[in-house]
Design a protein around this ligand. Sequence first.
Ligand code: SF4
Length: 195
Amino acid sequence: MIYRINEIFNSLQGEGYNQGRPVTFIRLSGCNLKCSWCDTDHTNNTPMLVTEILDKIERYNCRSVIITGGEPTTYNLTPLLTALKENNYWIGIESNGTNPFNNYYHQLDYIAVSPKGAFLNQKVDEVRVVNDNCTTEQLQQIESKITATNYYISPKDENNNFNILNSMQLIGKINALSANHWSISLQLHKLADIR
Ligand code: SF4
């Protein structure tokens, strides 16, 4: 199985429940959506075998990986997940939520969804939404479809200025209507100016 790799790098998880956790990111190229604001270069990638991916991440001496994209679920992830589990990695994934995780639940340690497009009804660990003029109706629609343990809103960054007040007001409104508890997650990697 060949995976088209956009980049592999070691950093920390900048947002959500695992914020601050040192991880190696495996960024897969390609997506099933075409969001107008997308900043991922889907044309620039290196085809790699599972053994080559493992070789590369072993160099970072970090036992946690996050598979991101693009959209990771556009690939058959079983060979990669199986190899990572055999080598005792903690595995997180980041997805737009448009494909089911059914085949992967038993191998993934943490599933985070930033819902986009026609996202599915499913159960995950985390929902993350960037507050770009979100409405309570949008958030209610998301939580009615996606069951998660953690729900986060990240204030949109405007050149490292985060409109936290606006997000707090939004959270106040949604939490008054909701059985879930949305929280703010500042994007640490942007504050620290790292990848
Ligand atoms: S879902 Fe994410 S990776 Fe895919 S096109 Fe939209 S922003 Fe880009």
